[in-house]
Structure formats: structure tokens, C-alpha cells
Design a protein around this ligand. Structure first.
Ligand SMILES: [Zn+2]
Ligand SMILES: [Zn+2]
Length: 176
């Protein structure tokens, strides 16, 4: 049986009241959209620009199964030039929230029937953010001499100096 779409207690805090699902039998589910176009503090150590996607909550014997496909826009740092880059992180999540909370899942739903998506999203996004990214494929990086961001400015350091013995090799490589 498909239940009506709920509203978030506040779309800013990712807390969903699932009392109606908990009182329904196993197998009942509810689909909704996550549309949070505004900056949001997911956790003390994670701010995001937006979250968009779909959310299915299914009542199981052990609690509520969360299935979500979301795109989350976050700030990240280019690993080459250290500029701030907006990164789109696509997540395909499936996680059980135990009710009552128990050792079968690190996520739980207490007596208040509030399912908080924040810790789940936080964990997944921080993993994705830890991978190195580039602001663009051909990011020029920082000058090793003066630290100038070579995407934005040319510096006068001569870092092209090359061992004459290697010059011939470079010439060959450049030709490719
Ligand atoms: Zn860069
Ligand atoms: Zn330089």
C-alpha cells in the first residue's frame, strides 16, 4: 500500500516524522522528493549547497528501510591548485534505520518516531569528499617556486628549466 507523501518537520534539518509508517505494517512504503535548494548545515562539519533527489521509506520488521537517490552539491578543494570547487555528489543509498534502535544498524529511530537523514548523508558525503578532485581536467596547479595559482596568473619563475640531457626527450614527448 502506498501512503501519502509526508512533509518534513523542517526541510532544513532532514528529520522525517515516520510515526505513520511505524504504525503501518511491514511492506508499507512512501515515496517523496528531497528538494532542498538552499544551503544547509547537515552536520557541524558538513555544509552543503543543495540536496535533490528521491526518497523511499519502507516499513520493515526491524524498522524503516531508507532508499535514496540524491545529488548533493558541496564545496570541495582542487587537489592541484587548492581552489574551492563545487562538486556534485551522486549517492545511491540503502540503509536500515532500526526501530527501536539496536545493534543491527548504526542508525535508529527512537520513541519520537523521528528518522534523521543527516547522519547517513554526512557519512556518505564525507567519504565522497575525501577523494581527490580537480577543478578542471587541465588545472595548471600552483607554481612550485612562488605558489601562484597558474590558472589565474602567470608568474615569472622559470620552472621550465630542463636538463639539457632531457631536452631531447621532452622534444620527442611534445611532438606526440
Ligand atoms: Zn585546480
Ligand atoms: Zn612562480
Amino acid at each position: 500500500m502506498k501512503l501519502p507523501t509526508p512533509h518534513f518537520i523542517s526541510n532544513r534539518v532532514l528529520k522525517v516524522n515516520v510515526g505513520f509508517l511505524l504504525s503501518a505494517g511491514a511492506g508499507n512504503y512512501q515515496d517523496s522528493r528531497l528538494d532542498i535548494p538552499d544551503p544547509l548545515r547537515v552536520a557541524d562539519d558538513l555544509d552543503v549547497h543543495s540536496i535533490e533527489g528521491t526518497l523511499r521509506l519502507t516499513r520493515t520488521k526491524e524498522g524503516v528501510l531508507v532508499q535514496a537517490r540524491v545529488t548533493i552539491i558541496v564545496d570541495n578543494i582542487c587537489s592541484r591548485c587548492l581552489d574551492v570547487v563545487q562538486q556534485a555528489i551522486d549517492l545511491d543509498l540503502e540503509e536500515l534505520y532500526a526501530h527501536p534502535p539496536s545493534s543491527i544498524s548504526e542508525f535508529g529511530i527512537g520513541a519520537d518516531a523521528i528518522l534523521d537523514l543527516a547522519p547517513l548523508l554526512r557519512a556518505e558525503v564525507l567519504i565522497e569528499k575525501s577523494h581527490k578532485i580537480l577543478c578542471r581536467e587541465d588545472c595548471l596547479g600552483l607554481c612550485p617556486e612562488c605558489g601562484a595559482n597558474l590558472n589565474h596568473e602567470a608568474c615569472t619563475c622559470n620552472t621550465e628549466q630542463i636538463d639539457p640531457r632531457l631536452a631531447r626527450l621532452k622534444e620527442l614527448l611534445d611532438r606526440e
